[in-house]
Design a protein around this ligand. Structure first.
Ligand SMILES: Nc1ncnc2c1ncn2[C@@H]1O[C@H](COP(=O)(O)OP(=O)(O)OP(=O)(O)O)[C@@H](O)[C@H]1O
Length: 678
């Protein structure tokens, strides 16, 4: 059954899905040919391959290309459409501008023809023609505004998803400020429906009006031409005087928005610790700086806009005065003077409009620049070859991580390998780099140098969508999406099948816990995770990690919120995952979990201090004596445990790798790569 996104729809549990996972029914062998995408039910032949996987001729399961936003292509296609629309608008603007001439011509005809000839017929005929022209002008003006409105909706509809996708991807290497590019889209959208753009589109017709005034009288034409040049000079000075301040205002506004985002995320802690004044002050500092810069820029803008309006009005006064003088000398008629003044107003209005809205032009240009840069540089533009479903071999080679903008070496010379189905616990003191390494193993942060390979392919070269479907990850700070439990387990995929959701829940051993909730799988989870407890959230996160038959699962402190029952369920889940051949890495500070893994890595100051098989490592860790005054052991061990005490004292600055075995054809790295089998 395929799920819909209706939350009321119940998860359907088929009778044959109710397998005794404790071993009453025979389980298939853990080792399988490459690419069979082994999940428990799929191996038993009960569930057909997930729709995102297609069978290749040799039986290997290849990933089907799922719909991906065409990032750079979307920008190009949208811009072409917008330009085509703008050309259409320009055409309507041309006709509309021509029709605007109807009123001055009407005035001219009335004063110079009708009043002198006293012909009522001429007056009626002229009025009928002019009324038609005015109505047509109004209709054309409405059409061009409607076209621009549709363009603005079009740009949002076409670029929203690509921008969000590219921003999500770009946030891998930043603090997530790329998400603000969606605000830039809003800026561009509002520019498309602004009066400023209409003024700019009217601008190409200004020379025609000036020409018409030249035809009335060259003196008047020259006056208008001089004014137009003067207004353009004012526009340029305006740009120079305001650009810096507007950019500064924008920068501060972005920072204020980032603070706002973080306030929204941390609203509970802000309230609990009575931090509202501090949080508001931090936001207010940037908001105030933004407003100060904006006021500075707007003050200058207002001054320049005032100057340009004064120049235009004075020109119209001058035209009337000088026109009257010319009329007195019989060079032109009175009607021509009035018509010339009206046409001059029409010729200069777009220049003035462009000056007034220049800030809008600058902001929109900068916003478009950011949109374009984000979309064009997005790694999502590169289509990757779809590979067979991986087996889960992990090779980590000489990882170095120095976070952007810092000189701190968080991870250094990390080299190791895991065979498919092997499990590894990463232990070490707080700040040793365990979480960072875990994130790097699932590709959620990129190394400064070195590589993480899944089935020999560097994570950066995997198709991102396919990679995500082959990987399970439980972060230290589990966050659930607003929606039902089944939506969350299914990673919010609308096409997820109930069998797959149930299967992940069983594999993570959380089905019993979910079954006890009043609404079961349909329990709605809020953005803050309520009504689930911290431990329940963690267990749902575990099921989400196991959803879809991943081949590599990284669990970061998976039992930090679990009670004894939860701990036992986690152990069972790890045992099931092991039987299923999933390569598993657990970042932990707790002793119990070490019993469920094959290998242990001790991380100290971002380097591998020791690595080896579990029992050997437990002995080795137990034999280490903490130096006087040093930190207490990093492992929290249950008092009744029989296994040797594991003191983790990462004193070694030089990695002491356990028996290194470079893989076939691979150069041993420095330090030599420990390879762990099952
Ligand atoms: N983006 C970053 N910028 C600066 N420092 C960072 C960054 N990411 C990690 N670090 C630093 O790297 C160190 C290792 O962090 P990490 O979270 O990996 O430690 P950990 O071993 O998981 O600790 P814990 O057990 O407390 O979770 C920390 O000192 C942290 O401050």
């Amino acid at each position: 059954m395929t799920r819909s996104d209706k939350t009321s729809e119940r998860l359907v549990l088929e009778p044959e899905m109710c397998v005794d996972w404790q071993g009453e029914k025979p389980r298939p062998p853990a080792s399988k040919p490459m690419g069979t995408g082994p999940t428990i039910e799929r191996q038993a032949g009960r569930i057909p391959p997930a729709p995102a996987t297609v069978q290749a001729k040799d039986g290997a399961a290849f990933h089907k290309r799922v719909s991906e936003p065409d990032i750079a292509g979307a920008l190009g296609a949208t811009i072409r459409r917008i330009w085509a629309n703008i050309l259409g608008v320009l055409l309507f603007s041309g006709v509309s501008n021509m029709l605007v001439l109807a009123i001055p011509i009407y005035l001219f005809q009335i004063s110079d023809r009708v009043l002198t000839s006293r012909s009522i017929d001429t007056l009626v005929m002229l009025t009928v023609v002019i009324v038609g022209a005015v109505l047509l002008q109004v209709v054309f003006d409405a059409i061009r505004r409607g076209m621009l409105l549709r363009s603005s909706v079009d740009i949002s509809a076409r670029l929203g998803a690509p921008i969000l996708s590219a921003a999500a991807r770009a946030s891998l290497q930043s603090a997530g400020q790329e998400y603000q590019t969606l605000g830039d889209l809003q800026q561009v959208r509002s520019f498309l429906v602004s009066g400023t753009l209409l003024s700019l589109l009217d601008l190409p017709f200004a020379p025609l009006f000036i020409l018409a005034i030249f035809l009335v009288h060259p003196h008047l034409g020259l006056m208008v031409l001089t004014t137009a040049v003067l207004l353009m000079a004012i526009a340029m000075m305006n740009q120079r005087a305001t650009a810096k301040s507007f950019a500064e205002a924008n920068r501060h506004l972005s920072r204020a928005n980032l603070h706002l985002d973080s306030m929204m995320r941390n609203s509970q802690i802000i309230n609990a610790l009575a931090m509202i004044p501090e949080a508001v002050t931090i936001w207010g500092r940037d908001a105030a700086s933004s407003m100060t810069a904006q006021v500075r820029a707007q003050d200058r803008n207002i001054a320049f806009a005032g100057a340009s309006r004064a120049v235009r009005l004075l020109t119209q006064v001058g035209l009337l005065g000088w026109g009257a003088y010319l009329a007195l000398h019989g060079e032109i008629t009175g009607g021509m003077v009035i018509a010339a003044s009206i046409i001059a107003g029409r010729a200069l209005a777009p220049i003035e409009g462009a000056i007034e809205g220049w800030n809008h032009v600058l902001l929109s240009r900068a916003a478009y620049g950011r949109i374009s840069a984000l979309l064009k540089s997005s790694p999502l533009n590169q289509q990757r070859l779809k590979l067979p479903h991986p087996e889960g071999r992990l090779d980590v080679e000489r990882l170095l991580y120095v976070p952007n903008g810092t000189k701190r070496v968080v991870l250094n010379a990390i080299t190791f390998s895991l065979n498919p189905g092997a499990s590894l616990a990463i232990v070490g003191n707080s700040g040793a780099g365990k979480t960072t390494l875990g994130k790097m193993l699932v590709g959620s942060i990129l190394p400064t140098s070195g590589s993480v390979r899944l089935d020999l392919m560097d994570l950066r070269n995997w198709d991102q969508r396919q990679l995500g479907q082959c990987i399970g990850y439980l972060p230290q700070d589990v966050q659930l999406f607003p929606g039902t439990i089944k939506d969350n387990i299914a990673r919010m995929r609308p096409d997820a099948r109930d069998e797959e959701i149930y299967q992940a829940a069983v594999l993570a051993d959380v089905h019993d816990m979910i079954a006890k909730l009043p609404e079961g799988y349909e329990t709605i989870v809020a953005a803050d995770g309520s009504p689930l407890s911290g431990g329940q959230k963690q267990r749902i996160g575990l099921a989400r990690a196991f959803f879809g038959g991943p081949r590599l699962v990284v669990l970061d402190e998976p039992n930090s919120n679990l009670d004894t029952a939860g701990d036992r369920a986690l152990s069972r889940a790890m045992a099931l995952a092991k039987k299923d051949g999933i390569t598993m890495i657990v970042v932990t500070q707790k002793y119990q979990l070490l019993q469920d893994v094959d290998n242990i890595m001790l991380l100290a100051d971002g380097q591998i201090a020791a690595f080896g098989a579990r029992d050997q490592m437990l002995e080795r860790l137990a034999s280490r004596k903490p130096p006087p005054g040093n930190q207490p052991p990093a492992m929290a061990r249950p008092p009744q445990a029989q296994a040797p005490q594991a003191h983790v004292q990462p004193q070694a600055q030089q990695p002491q790798a356990a028996p290194p075995q470079a893989g076939p054809g691979r150069q041993p790295a420095t330090p030599p790569a420990p390879e762990a089998g099952r």
